[in-house]
Design a protein around this ligand. Structure first.
Ligand SMILES: [Zn+2]
Length: 287
């Protein structure tokens, strides 16, 4: 009878820690000391993107950089937080002044996002990082954070500052697939860039035919929002800018280039950070 081995994820360069044997984890730990932790919430991303968009991007990016860094990544945590939008953002989106809107959960959406409270999110991340550092004895953790909410970034920045206070590199976070050239501008939500990246990494999770075939996309109808609008510069009719319309500018090849560029940047930054032994600059602006 044949005793051929079934193929393992690691043989395809997938360092998901859940599929590794203890001696493989111990060997990686003594070689690099690094564990990668992808996370983001299930969240509304328009009718055309799967609701796992952010954690799926975080997962794929963690897998991508783990391969280069030859270090395990923890199974993705599908957790994230949001909170009420600022009054000026609510108005820029096209809602009546004083409306209460949490994150991307606009009233017209058919399903709400699985946000958890900021306090709980903070404890879950802290407990997981502690398990990796203090129980599993990794020396450093890099979080791949797929969700750009202000309060999510705030929690991660605070934890990074605390864990790195000794001057040793212990904790930092990066975005998945957004190279510096893109983060320099304002990043939209479920617009062309994010749709392109998801199409590149998880092709079955994008279906542009689920958006209306024609006419401008009103922010309040689909919760698809361009980056400038988040920054207060909305279009006169509160619609997505044509150049960021996912129906016309989703391009898997472009998404692939973003991811590759961002992966090269992240790997270089992480290597420098680990060897410098000093605290990093956490994250970057965007959402
Ligand atoms: Zn997203």
């Amino acid at each position: 009878m044949s005793t051929a081995h079934p193929r393992r994820p690691i043989e395809d360069g997938d360092w998901n820690l859940a599929f590794l044997f203890p001696d493989e984890i111990a060997a990686a730990r003594s070689r690099t000391g690094l564990a990668i932790l992808p996370l983001a919430p299930i969240e509304w991303h328009g009718p055309h993107l799967a609701m796992g968009c952010d954690p799926l991007l975080a997962h794929a990016f963690a897998r991508r950089i783990a391969r280069d860094l030859q270090s395990p990544y923890f199974p993705p945590l599908f957790v994230g937080t949001e909170r009420e939008r600022r009054p000026e953002t609510v108005e820029a989106l096209g809602f009546p002044r004083g409306s209460y809107v949490e994150g991307m959960d606009f009233p017209a959406n058919s399903v709400k996002s699985a946000y958890i409270p900021e306090e709980v999110f903070s404890l879950v991340v802290r407990a997981t990082v502690d398990a990796l550092l203090h129980r599993m004895a990794f020396r450093a953790v890099v979080i791949v954070n797929g969700h750009g909410a202000d309060n999510q970034r705030g929690v991660l920045d605070r934890l990074c500052a605390e864990y790195n206070a000794s001057g040793q590199p212990r904790l930092r976070w990066v975005y998945p697939g957004f190279p510096r050239s893109l983060v320099a501008g304002a990043i939209g939500h479920a617009t062309a860039e994010e749709s392109s990246m998801l199409m590149a990494m998880w092709p079955g999770c994008v279906d542009l035919s689920r958006l209306p075939p024609g006419g401008p996309l009103r922010n309040v109808d689909h919760a698809v929002v361009d980056g400038d609008t988040f920054d207060g510069a909305h279009t006169p009719d509160f619609t997505v800018r044509p150049e960021q319309d996912p129906r016309h500018h989703t391009d898997a090849a472009r998404g692939e280039r973003f991811v590759e560029e961002a992966a090269r940047e992240a790997v270089a930054d992480i290597r420098r950070w680990l060897s410098a032994g000093a605290g990093p600059r956490e994250g970057a602006p965007g959402r």
